[in-house]
Design a protein around this ligand. Sequence first.
Ligand code: NAD
Ligand code: IPM
Ligand code: MN
Length: 363
Amino acid sequence: SQRHRIAVIPGDGIGREVVPEGLRCLRAAADAHGFALDFVEYGFACAGYWQRHGEMLPSDWRDVLGGFDAIFFGAVGWPEVVPDHVSLWGSLLRFRRGFDQYVNLRPVRLLRGVRSPLRDHGPGDIDFVVVRENTEGEYSSIGGRIFEGTDRETVLQETVLTRTGVDRVLRYAFELAATRPRKRLTWATKSNGIAIAMPYWDERATAMAERYPDVVASKDHIDILAAKFVLRPGQYDVVVAGNLFGDILSDLGPACAGTIGIAPSANINPDRTWPSLFEPVHGSAPDIAGRGIANPVGQIWSGAMMLEHLGETAAAAAVVAAIERVLAGRPDVHTPDLGGSGTTESLGAAIAAEITREQTAAP
Ligand code: NAD
Ligand code: IPM
Ligand code: MN
């Protein structure tokens, strides 16, 4: 039977609490569906490692991780110990760039058993996917401070858009839209104000749209797009965005669909030259870390996206189905962000048990 080699990096804060529940569910899926997952856990990319080594990663991290079939990641960031831009540029952002994970896929669905904060929105009413550019854009380290300490003090930071970088993420999004029933694509822009980078983005999106006549494509400026996520989220299908807008939309979307605690993400290297990385959308949540109450569903659903990427399609679908059934039928294990009093462990264990049960119950 198939074996997949997975690097596991829990990271900081609730990353260390939700990753074990992700692993529990992945193990249940592997057992139930007849394949093997070999997990190798790493203690780098966290504040403790930084305290010991003055770096977030060992210098040979590319060799250490590059041969795995996938990376299962929790969250990183502990600003009391290491400034966020240092820890993130020292770890997660290096993985995304170093492994050319140029697509960040972030599905948003309002599931049964989960209450949206939006009036008149129920299960099934929100179902879209944010395709976020993941390697360039506003996330750049090009720039600096000049005239520091004077009253002319000036800070510059460049936005980088490359034709290759823009076209490849747009192409991915259009291809994805073409496979979905509604075949709708919205690209996020701000070409009225950001007058060099964003008209270029629009130009490339318009050119790409011409190659996909079956996809109904249009643009929304980011300001009204954010408003429409709240007012009419049901109209969205595939939303493609640059790095920064995609980051914002992928917290806003899940918040509209109940909680960011359930939101998954897949940092994908579509060429498969390098491992892809699967992690929840949320961060290390220092405000609730250590209490055992973080919602593990974002991590578990990210695990399902990883299984899908590894070709374990049935197991991936089973994990998502188990999440849906437990959220719908087991309010007693809902974590506080879902309005319940369950724990990370009780919710994770219920989903793992459901994965096992649904397989034995299958004809
Ligand atoms: P965050 O996502 O960690 O937390 C935002 C809010 O959502 C907090 O109130 C938190 O308690 C809540 N929350 C998040 N995940 C939850 C879960 N699974 N269950 C229940 N509630 C949950 O964002 P932040 O506070 O902006 O960042 C905290 C740290 O995490 C910072 O160091 C930041 O840089 C880092 N961060 C890392 C990642 C990542 O590793 N991918 C992503 C975002 C933020
Ligand atoms: C995310 C996070 C990261 C990002 C941060 C922690 C650098 O917010 O994965 O969404 O902005 O990409
Ligand atoms: Mn984010």
